[in-house]
Design a protein around this ligand. Structure first.
Ligand code: PEP
Ligand code: MN
Length: 462
């Protein structure tokens, strides 16, 4: 996650003075999607403990990522951002973490090879533990309880004890994020991402995939090219590293506040719970607590943009979150649905163009395509995910804009949560291996297929 080759050029201090900001000024604003903690003293105690613990990333890494995002804005890199909808404490284990890394590495190999440009890899992991929900409560058999808001807040079991918002969970979430991060860093530093050994990333069940032959063919091509270059020029050391950055939705503000720190020899504040926090669609109100919190930190920020976003709201968000038009600072992740992107994206692209400001446009083809089938099971159809992504490339190209990345929910586990894809998962398959407690994820094979599709489509859209 550190890249010594990138100099973290320190941006200038803000040109204009804005309203005073502190890590807790969000507390005076209306805050959507926050849990109610019954015991204020218990909350304060957890927050004080977190404040005394080390953060999870460094300001140096955060600034290096911002520079890489600036490159992506300039069309010189493609962002691949992916991982679980929600991590769980139970899944903080060797296998789940390594498998997720394998899928992301394989996808990025497909993208590097096909797009002929560097890929910026960002995981939805090491902190993706808090979830926005469509209702505050859940009713089962006439019993009403608070809704599950992610392991950072409460437990998924339908009991009053599990559903109580427990501030101590923030300490556990911090610890598990640290363990995840440590394991990812150790794998990468130990050579797991070495392009000389793509076999390290093979997943046990991959050989059965209809895409296995195409993938193997590509890997052989890359290995051949590397061997050729090394014969001529000696070992390719820089290929041995693959940087990974982390991201999560900056939803649970009491937690994010405790990780927000000042560091020596840097001005301003950094949210050091993650490299790249994002503001979810449900918490992007201009005068809301989440926007207030994010405007004051120096991390790169992403905002999810849904069909209900007004053009003037988007323009004002850009003004509030990136008043100085700092390169790499702001990413917009649109998630409209295959049926809505044609209607909504063009007006938003025009609105951003009218500001003259730079943003990185990223497509999340997952969250606008969630539906319920059969007995209320949440799923997404691969055909819709594919369609939204393809339309995104075309709409940006037609508007003289550029799609600079994809934001996906995926897992390295052999799950059956999304319908379709190369091996044609059907509704009957959903019962076989549906493990997500929240949104349905692409499995390995569907993820790889999507990477191949991005390559084909971006070639056409140029
Ligand atoms: C998510 O990314 O899991 C999510 C809830 O997204 P959105 O805010 O776009 O609905
Ligand atoms: Mn989700």
């Amino acid at each position: 996650m550190t890249n010594p080759e990138i100099s973290a050029r320190a941006p200038l201090r803000p040109v204009r003075e804005s309203r005073p900001w502190k890590a807790d000024t969000w507390q005076a604003m209306p805050a959507a999607q926050l849990p109610h903690y019954e015991d204020a003293a218990e909350l304060q105690s957890a927050m004080r403990q977190l404040e005394s613990l080390p953060p999870l990333v460094t300001s140096w890494e955060v600034l290096a990522l911002k520079q890489l995002l600036a490159d992506a804005q300039a069309g010189k890199r493609f962002l691949l951002q992916g991982g679980d909808c929600a991590e769980t404490f139970a899944d903080c284990n060797n296998e789940v973490i390594a498998n997720r890394l394998k899928v992301l590495l394989q996808m990025s190999l497909v993208l590097v090879h096909g797009l002929r440009m560097p890929i910026l890899r960002v995981g939805r992991f090491a902190g993706q533990y808090a979830k926005p929900r469509s209702a505050d409560t859940e009713i089962i058999d006439g019993v009403t309880l608070p809704v599950y808001r992610g392991d950072l807040v409460n437990g998924p079991e339908f009991t009053p004890a599990a559903r109580r918002a427990d501030p101590k969970r923030m300490l556990e979430g911090h610890a598990r994020s640290g363990m995840t991060m440590n394991f990812v860093r150790a794998l990468i530093d130990g050579g797991f991402a070495d392009l000389h050994h793509p076999e390290y990333w093979n997943l046990a069940w991959v050989e059965r995939s209809p895409l296995a032959a195409e993938y193997r063919h590509m890997v052989e091509g890359i290995s051949g090219a590397m061997h050729f270059m090394e014969t001529l020029a000696g070992p390719i050391a820089s290929f041995q590293r693959a940087d990974f950055y982390t991201s999560h939705e900056a939803l649970l503000l009491p937690y994010e506040q405790t990780m927000t720190r000042q560091v020596p020899r840097q001005w301003g504040w950094f949210d050091l719970s993650t490299h790249f926090p994002w503001i979810g669609m449900r918490t992007a109100a201009l005068d809301g607590a989440h926007v207030e919190f994010c405007r004051g930190i120096r991390n790169p920020i992403a905002v999810k943009v849904g069909p209900a976003m007004h053009t003037d709201q988007l323009q004002q968000l850009i003004e509030v979150l990136n008043p100085d038009d700092e390169p790499g600072r702001l990413t917009l992740i649109h998630r409209m649905g295959a049926g809505g992107i044609g209607q909504h994206l063009p007006r938003l692209i025009e609105a951003v163009k009218a500001t003259g400001r730079r943003v990185l446009w990223v497509c999340d083809p997952m969250h606008g395509n969630t539906e319920k089938v059969g007995n209320g099971v949440k799923t997404r159809r691969f055909a819709n995910i594919r369609s939204e992504l393809e339309q995104a490339f075309d709409i940006h190209a037609a508007a003289g804009s550029q799609l600079g990345g994809a934001h996906l929910e995926l897992t390295g586990e052999d799950v059956t949560e999304c319908l379709g894809g190369a091996s044609g998962l059907s509704e009957a398959d959903l019962g076989r291996a549906y493990k997500s407690t929240v949104d349905p994820r692409l499995n390995y094979e569907q993820s790889l297929e999507l990477a191949m599709l991005i390559v084909r489509k971006s070639g056409q859209a140029k």
